[in-house]
Structures are given as C-alpha cells and as structure tokens.
Design a protein around this ligand. Structure first.
Ligand SMILES: [Zn+2]
Length: 396
C-alpha cells in the first residue's frame, strides 16, 4: 500500500536557497519541454516525454550547466510530469498544459529512487543537500520511495511516498450514521458528539478580510505588495491547516466507528451557505472532509452514501418524512408542521442522511450515489404520517 505523508521542514538558509533553485530548475525544464513539444508538433514531428528528456540531457552540460547544482530528479521528473499532463489532456481528463509561473505551486522532486532517501528521527537526508530538519517524525513504517519538496507561502514541506505494508483493520462496529457539514459547527453526526470547528479558526477568519484589503491597497509590483501577499498566503495556509487537522480527527473517528456513512452533495452546499470571503476556505473544507472520509472509509471498509443535490436534508422532517416548504437559514431549530416534531436543525439534517444511508442499496465498497432511492424514501415516509413507535426518536 502506498501512502503519502507531508511534513513541514525547518531548513537552514543554504537549504532554502537550494530548494528555491530546485524549484527553478524544475520549472525551467517543464517550460523548456513544453515549448519544445509545441515546436516539434508544429514541425510535424512526434514529441514524447522520453525523447525530450534525452534531448535536454544531451545539451544541458553545454547550455545549462547550472542544472548540475541540483539533483537530476528535479529536471527529469518535471518533464515526466509534462508527459503526464499531455496524457491527461489527450484522454480528455485535463486541460492543455500551460507554462509554469514562479511562485505558483513551486515544487520539485528531490529523490525518486528507493534508497536515496533516509530519515533519522526528525531529520531527512536528501540527495545533494544532505540532512534537513523536519517538524515531526515519519508516522508510517515502510520504504521511502520518493520525496517532493514544495513551498506554501514561505514554508517548505516534503511530501513522501511510502511503501507501507498492508495492515488488517477491524471492521467498524456501529451500523449507520448521517453527517451534516456546516459553518457554525464543522460536522454534526446523527449519532455521537457534534464536532465544533476549531476556535483559533474563527478568530483567524475574521482577520482574512482586512489582510486582503491591505493587499489590494498596495501598488502593483511594489515590495510592500509582495509582503502583504505573503502575509495573506500565510494566513490562508494557517486557516486551512487548522481546519484540516480538525477534519482529520473527525473523519478518522467516523470511518472507524460506522459501516455506512450518509453525507450530502457538497458541491451545492458550499455555494448556498456563505457568501463572504471565508467561503472559498469553507468550500475547500467541505471537499477536504469528503476526500478524507472517502480514503479512510476505503481503508476501514465503510461505505459512503452521497445524497443527490436535490435531496432536501434540511427541510425534511426526519421523523415523518414530510418536507417543509421553507426553512430560513437563521432558523436553528427544525419544526415539522405535519407531525410537530422538533429538533436541532443540523441534527435533523444528519438524521435524514442517516435514514437515506440506511435505506439505500448496498454496494461492494466505496462511494455510492443515493439518487434512485429517493422516490422510494418519499413513498415510504408518507405512510408514516401518524406518529407511531418512532415516538422516542421524535423526542430526541
Ligand atoms: Zn414530521
């Protein structure tokens, strides 16, 4: 099993400048290969990633001797990446590759062979530059296959690919849960505790707007603008990291506890809920939640059931199934006009997702879309207009 592990680095100034040169070399190689690819294509030749690598190797001693200052992987893997970008373009999975700009997703491959990377506690040994301090130890047992160095704001990270042995995970014990994702609270499960968002996070969100306004007031191309830009990027990074950490804890717990997990289609959700600057981050947070839940569910054997975008999880009564015509965003309690059921708004939504997950057809593994089951849900629910043995549920 291949696992990815990203660790913050604590480099010296020499190491920082090496990293910057590595990114530069990778970017140069990528852009060189892209230009050459376009030229060859127009000349009626058949460019390929392999031939371009050979070509650059042949002329780099003459024309680009500075490339020898950094690991050869940086140049090699950049051109391999370009090949991958063209492949996904030809297979209609991606856009036509574009030239890379300095400062946008700066990264380079520092090692791509087994045995070239070594760690010792909180240190990692990279080719050319040697030992670099890490902020934490590698958390997975296994062989280090590959290391990529990247920059986020002004911090450096190493992303490791590790060949880890398969471990048998016991199947989750509890049957089914629904999870409502929100802005006020990070996640509300239908069973168990509400996951409130991290405190630090709300305070930082408030700083987002003034910081970005300060950036827009600075003159283009000025040093002050560059500084303000960096400050905003760091703030963004911190918010994302804090939320990510909280999300990791919540998703791990869910995937380990429940066999079936109902969540809503997050595409729409992020768009309706919040119109402010913080939105982009929250949207990202929803996707991140789902991404983590998905790969963790795969590991623990849980099934994720995604409600389709027309499934009214908030407006539906989780007790009798009737759908309210209107539900104001400010309304924190849900009240059913058909059966009188009352509950916390988010919990009611979560319960609906749980019901959906419980009633949808079982698939072997992974994600499943609960669109087709919607009809049967409505039908079955309408029979339950009269309150019956579900009373104890209604009181909750
Ligand atoms: Zn009701």
């Amino acid at each position: 099993m291949l696992v990815a592990h990203k660790i913050a680095l604590d480099p010296t100034n020499t190491q920082r400048s090496y990293f910057a040169r590595g990114c530069g070399a990778a970017r140069f190689a990528y852009n060189w290969a892209l230009a050459e690819w376009q030229r060859q294509y127009q000349a009626g030749e058949k460019p390929s990633e392999v031939s371009l690598r050979r070509q650059l190797n042949a002329l780099k001693r003459e024309q680009y001797p500075w490339m020898f200052d950094v690991t050869k992987c940086a140049v090699q893997e950049a051109i391999i990446d370009l090949g991958g970008a063209f492949r996904s373009f030809f297979e209609k999975r991606g856009k036509y590759p574009r030239f890379k700009k300095k400062g946008v997703y700066d990264s380079f491959c520092a090692a791509n062979e087994t045995g070239t990377l070594r760690t010792n506690g909180k240190r990692i040994k990279l080719p050319v530059i040697g030992w670099v301090r890490m902020r934490e130890v590698v958390r997975f047992e296994g062989v280090l296959k590959r290391g990529t160095i990247g920059r986020e704001a002004d911090r450096w990270f190493v992303s490791l690919t590790i060949e880890a042995p398969e471990v048998a995970v016991p199947l989750p014990l509890q049957e089914v849960v629904g999870v409502d994702l929100g802005v006020n609270t990070l996640a509300t499960p239908s069973r168990g505790e509400v996951v409130t968002g991290p405190k630090a996070h709300t305070a930082l969100l408030k700083r987002l707007r003034p910081t970005s306004r300060r950036l827009s007031n600075k003159q283009r191309g000025s040093n002050n603008r560059a500084k303000a830009k960096n400050r905003l990027a760091r703030l963004h990074g911190r918010i994302v990291n804090i939320r990510k950490d909280a999300t990791h804890k919540a998703t791990t717990k869910l995937a380990k506890t429940f066999r079936r997990i109902g969540i809503e289609d997050l595409n729409v959700r992020g768009m309706v809920r919040n119109r402010r600057l913080a939105r982009s981050i929250l949207d990202g947070g929803f996707f991140e939640f789902r991404r983590q839940l998905q790969y963790k569910a795969k590991r623990s054997g849980a099934v994720i059931v995604v409600a389709d975008r027309w499934f009214a999880s908030s407006k539906r009564c989780s007790c009798c199934g009737s759908v309210e015509a209107e539900l104001d965003l400010s309304q924190r309690r849900f009240r059913c006009s058909a059966c009188g059921f009352e509950a916390d708004r988010d919990w009611n939504a979560a319960k609906n997702l749980e019901n959906l997950a419980a009633s949808s057809a079982v698939s072997a593994c992974g994600e499943e879309r609960a669109g087709a089951v919607r009809k049967s849900r409505v039908k079955r629910a309408s029979k339950k207009q009269e309150p019956n043995s579900k009373d104890e549920l209604c009181v909750a």
